[in-house]
Unconditional design. Structure first.
Length: 59
């Protein structure tokens, strides 16, 4: 019973995650990072396609 309490108890103000939860969290983080990188690349490519004229605009 102590083992179950240790796993579910809070340690130093935080919650201890199981290995399965850690793997799921990491896979979500990787998916978010890949989506963000894809957006950055998409915006960069769109800027190149529009050419340098995108920088010439009235203020």
């Amino acid at each position: 019973m102590d083992d179950k309490q240790d796993r579910n108890s809070q340690v130093e103000g935080g919650i201890v995650l199981t290995e399965q939860q850690k793997r799921a969290q990491r896979s979500r983080s990787v998916a978010i990072a890949l989506a963000l990188a894809a957006l950055v690349i998409l915006f960069f490519i769109m800027t190149l396609v529009k050419g340098p004229a995108v920088l010439v605009r009235p203020i």
